[in-house]
Design a binder for this molecule. Structure first.
Ligand SMILES: [Fe+2]
Length: 285
């Protein structure tokens, strides 16, 4: 069965209709979903009813599911599943930690591949996530800029990127995994599709061979270009939605959310992140 998908915008995002993963995780369907994800950057699969075990199995088609580093946030039976909620008991230092444009784990030597959220509870108001296509953003750069940045290598670390409008800088006391500030090419050739994309994430803060002021200005300029309206969508994860994004082809930004345990205001998301290559890799080569 070919899956039915509706584009959310010309540049990024598709919603898949008529698919019930509890009945169909066949190789053919999963191959189509993987292909669609990497073509569109973000896909939404509404009205899913999967057990935790089946959700982890589903995630395994998109790379190697990771076990999260903060044990309190993990699902007891499935350490790959991280619970994200707006419980008022959440420490201030952890709140709104994702209200900046980034791709996941870009401050590590091996960046995240695919991240997915399974909506369990959604607040009546608020809670949207913004997404932008870094491949569409590369395509729309002036040729002169493409030539200028081709071959540059950026240095990444959490909390040091030049900020752009609308972002909330993470709390310096936030618990983060310490890294050794890895290098990544500023223009990333996508490991699955071979398309080029701008890979600043929210962590590039310096560029080899360039003085700091020039690098800061260039990184800020590229980050502002990525999030231009024509490269973007916003989506609010509803209960039953599985939303997946490709961290090599997109960046995302959470919106601030009210912390509450009242009916109609709670949010619960089950997140899984992967690294490595999807199943059937090589199919798009
Ligand atoms: Fe994120």
């Amino acid at each position: 069965m070919a899956i039915q998908a509706v584009a959310m915008s010309p540049a990024i995002g598709s919603i898949v209709h008529g698919l019930d993963l509890s009945k169909d995780m066949s190789d053919g369907t999963m191959r189509d979903l993987i292909e669609l994800l990497f073509e569109r950057g973000v896909i939404v699969l509404p009205r899913q009813m999967l057990s935790d075990a089946d959700y982890v199995r589903f995630a395994g088609f998109f790379g190697r599911p990771l076990e999260f580093f903060i044990p309190e946030h993990r699902n007891a039976d499935h350490p790959e599943i991280i619970h994200i909620n707006n419980d008022p008991a959440t420490p201030l230092s952890v709140r709104d930690g994702a209200v900046h444009w980034h791709s996941d784990s870009s401050y590590e030597a091996e960046p995240g591949a695919v991240t997915m959220l399974f909506g369990k509870e959604a607040p009546d108001a608020g809670g949207e996530t913004h997404f932008a296509s870094t491949t569409a953003a590369y395509d729309s750069l002036p040729e002169e800029m493409k030539r200028r940045i081709d071959g540059l290598v950026a240095i990444h670390e959490l909390g040091r990127a030049p900020w752009i409008e609308g972002e909330t800088q993470p709390d310096p006391n936030r618990p983060v995994r310490k890294t050794d500030a890895p290098d990544h090419p500023l223009i990333m050739t996508h490991p699955v599709t071979g398309r080029k994309g701008i890979f600043t994430s929210g962590t590039a803060y310096a560029i080899h061979g360039m003085d700091d002021a020039e690098a800061t200005a260039l990184i800020r300029q590229l980050r502002e270009h990525i999030v231009r309206p024509e490269h973007r969508i916003s989506y609010k994860v509803q209960a039953g939605d599985i939303v997946l994004w490709d961290n090599f082809g997109t960046v995302h930004c959470a919106t601030p959310i009210e912390y509450s345990d009242e009916d109609g205001k709670r949010r619960l998301l089950h997140r899984i992140s992967t690294k490595g290559m999807p199943a059937f890799s090589g199919m798009a080569a």
